[in-house]
Design a protein. Structure first.
Length: 267
C-alpha cells in the first residue's frame, strides 16, 4: 500500500521501483513481513511457530470471522424482522381497539333491541292498545251486535270473545263471520274515537257485507249517534243499492248541507 511504501526505509536515492527491479522485491518483502507481524500479533502465536501452525491459526480466524459476519447478518435480519413484527403488533393493537369499540356498540345495540322487543314490541303495543280501548270496544260491540250472546274477553292470548251463558272463551276463528265483522267494526270505531289528534273523519267501505240486516241497522244507528255527538265526517261507500237507500234514510235528516249522496257509475 501507499502507507507501506512510505514506511519502507530502503535507499532514499531510488526514485522508482521501475528504475531498480530489486526495489520492488524489497517492497514486497517488507509488506509480507509487516503482514506477518500483524497476523502474529492478532493470533498471538509464539515467535518460533511454524508456518503450518500460522496457517491453521489464520484459517481458524477466518472461520471465526465468517461466523461473526453471519451472526451480524442474522442480527441485522432479526432486527428488521423485529421492526416488522412491532409494526404488525401496533396494527393488531389498533384493530383490537376498533373491534372492542365496535363490540361495545353492538352490545349496547343488543341491549336496546332487547328492551324494544320486551317493552316496545308491536305485539306489546297492540296488546296495550287493546287494553286501553277495551271498554270502548265492549260498548260498541254491545250496541251493534245482536243477540248479546257474547261479551269481550281480556284481549290476551287471542281470547277476544266470551260466551255469556257458560263463560267459555273463544278464538276469533271460532265464531261466525258476522260476529267477527261486528268485532272488527267495534275495534275500528273505538280506535277512531281514541285518535283525538287525528282528522275528524271516518272512511268506511262496505262495512256490513257480512252482517245480517238487524245488526246492519244497529251499526247504522250507532254511526248516526257518532256523527251527531262528535260531529265527525263519514264517508260511507257501498255497492249495495238497498243498503245505500237505508243509509240515506238514516242520515238525510242532516239536510242537504251536511248530507251528500254521490252515485258512481262505470262506463
Amino acid at each position: 500500500t501507499a502507507e507501506q511504501r512510505r514506511r519502507f526505509t530502503g535507499p532514499r536515492h531510488w526514485t522508482s521501483t521501475k528504475e531498480r527491479p530489486s526495489g520492488r522485491l524489497c517492497l514486497q518483502a517488507y509488506c509480507t513481513s509487516t503482514a506477518m507481524k500483524e497476523i502474529e500479533a492478532a493470533v498471538r502465536l509464539p515467535s518460533n511457530a511454524s508456518v503450518e501452525t500460522l496457517q491453521n491459526a489464520l484459517q481458524a480466524c477466518l472461520l471465526d470471522f465468517d461466523k461473526a459476519m453471519q451472526a451480524c447478518e442474522l442480527e441485522a435480519g432479526a432486527g428488521s424482522l423485529m421492526k416488522g413484527k412491532e409494526g404488525e403488533l401496533q396494527a393488531a393493537t389498533s384493530r383490537l381497539s376498533k373491534t372492542m369499540a365496535a363490540r361495545g356498540n353492538l352490545s349496547r345495540a343488543t341491549t336496546s333491541l332487547a328492551n324494544i322487543v320486551e317493552n316496545h314490541s308491536l305485539d306489546k303495543a297492540t296488546a296495550d292498545s287493546f287494553v286501553a280501548i277495551r271498554g270502548k270496544v265492549s260498548d260498541v260491540f254491545a250496541q251493534i251486535h245482536s243477540p248479546p250472546e257474547y261479551t269481550l274477553g281480556s284481549f290476551s292470548d287471542g281470547q277476544l270473545i266470551i260466551r255469556r251463558d257458560d263463560a267459555r272463551q273463544h278464538d276469533v276463528n271460532q265464531v261466525s263471520t258476522g260476529q267477527r265483522a261486528a268485532l272488527a267494526l267495534s275495534i275500528f270505531l273505538a280506535l277512531n274515537e281514541s285518535a283525538t289528534t287525528a282528522p275528524p273523519v271516518i272512511l268506511i267501505d262496505d262495512p256490513v257485507a257480512h252482517i245480517d240486516d238487524l245488526n246492519a241497522l244497529s251499526f247504522l244507528d250507532y254511526l248516526r249517534d257518532v256523527v251527531v255527538g262528535s260531529r265527525k265526517q263519514v264517508f260511507f261507500a257501498t255497492a249495495d243499492a238497498r243498503l245505500a237507500a237505508l243509509f240515506q234514510r238514516k242520515f238525510e235528516f242532516l239536510g242537504e248541507q251536511r248530507f251528500k249522496r254521490i252515485n258512481l257509475t262505470t262506463k
